[in-house]
Design a binder for this molecule. Sequence first.
Ligand SMILES: Nc1ncnc2c1ncn2[C@@H]1O[C@H](COP(=O)(O)OP(=O)(O)OP(=O)(O)O)[C@@H](O)[C@H]1O
Ligand SMILES: [Mg+2]
Length: 382
Amino acid sequence: MATSAGTNTIASRDLRLESLTKEFATFTAVKSLDLVVPQGKFFALLGPSGCGKTTTLRMVAGLDTPTSGHIYLGDQEVTYDKPYKRPVNTVFQNYALFPHLDIFENVAFGLKRRGIKDIKKEVGDMLDLVELTSQSTKKPTQMSGGQQQRVALARALINRPEVLLLDEPLGALDLKLRRAMQIELKRIQTEVGLTFIHVTHDQEEAMTMADTIAVMNGGVIEQMGAPGELYDNPKTTFVANFLGQSNLLSGDIVGRDGQQVIATLQGTKVSVLADRAHADSGSGWIGIRPEKVMLAEVGGQIDAPGNRIEGGVISDVSFVGVSTQYLIRMPWGQELMAFEQNTGHRGLFSVGTRVDVSWRPEYAFLLDASQDATAGTTDADE
Ligand SMILES: Nc1ncnc2c1ncn2[C@@H]1O[C@H](COP(=O)(O)OP(=O)(O)OP(=O)(O)O)[C@@H](O)[C@H]1O
Ligand SMILES: [Mg+2]
């Protein structure tokens, strides 16, 4: 292992990508990516199909050579190192266990290949970690998808990589198992303290598991941050729509007033906190998450100061048990979405009910109107 070259500015073994670019014949899959993944963190690379996630991972693993740019682990450059020379392991969606070997032997494989003799304790510890001790003599075909995925994880972790790359590792599992494995994976990562880079196009998965999410779109990173930060303060329409859902309302920006930016929305004055305003003049998209939209019957009381918009009519009601999803047609023709918890404090609204809508100004955000309001929605993906 390389020792520090003397600067203390780089934390010991952070993974750093610098201007990393991958061009295929006629197509640039990854465009000058700059990224730091702090050592020991759970990092998620989130984005729609084809945005360059796998290509990025393959370059980190050494399976693809970058067209240009650099990859560092701490201050050691690994850009052109052979895959087996890098302290990096990958777990793929199709976990490809050795079918003729039992679980113990599958997990032991990496140790044996390196000529390590005394493997019993280490394999035992690893099977403990993934909670498969009692299954060690089974063959892969005798196990469930989730169990096989845990074997694949153990098989990668036993090589003690510094960085574990996970490319849609839960993609083949059904929803319930997927949710359980998300919690499991997070637990294992916390326990072993390695750097995990988890690639997914499932935004919920990224939010549940990651310390930091990088939202990728068309070969570039649109925004990066803690899940709550990205969710509450998206900087682009793509992030606002891809990570959860957003109502984007066309408004005209009036200007800044202290810590707030004031805009008019169909004649109503609304405000947005300055640090959530990513446009400061002209027209803008005023963004509000559906669960932050509050409803009341016309003229009724709403527990939110300011930003009340009148004249809505319920146009659709979907009851989903814990909550109800409403569409509200506004006087200017746009439909807003609102999620309401079914606390039972009043009955559901029915289609045709006239309502007012409101939200707490501190939850709104403001985006540049030159961006496509449907970027990152499922419609735009088709
Ligand atoms: N070997 C290749 N030759 C040409 N183009 C490629 C090659 N590999 C990938 N691409 C293209 O690069 C783009 C990024 O592909 P990549 O596999 O990184 O996407 P992804 O984000 O992992 O998508 P998914 O979620 O579907 O797995 C795609 O448009 C793909 O068609
Ligand atoms: Mg992929």
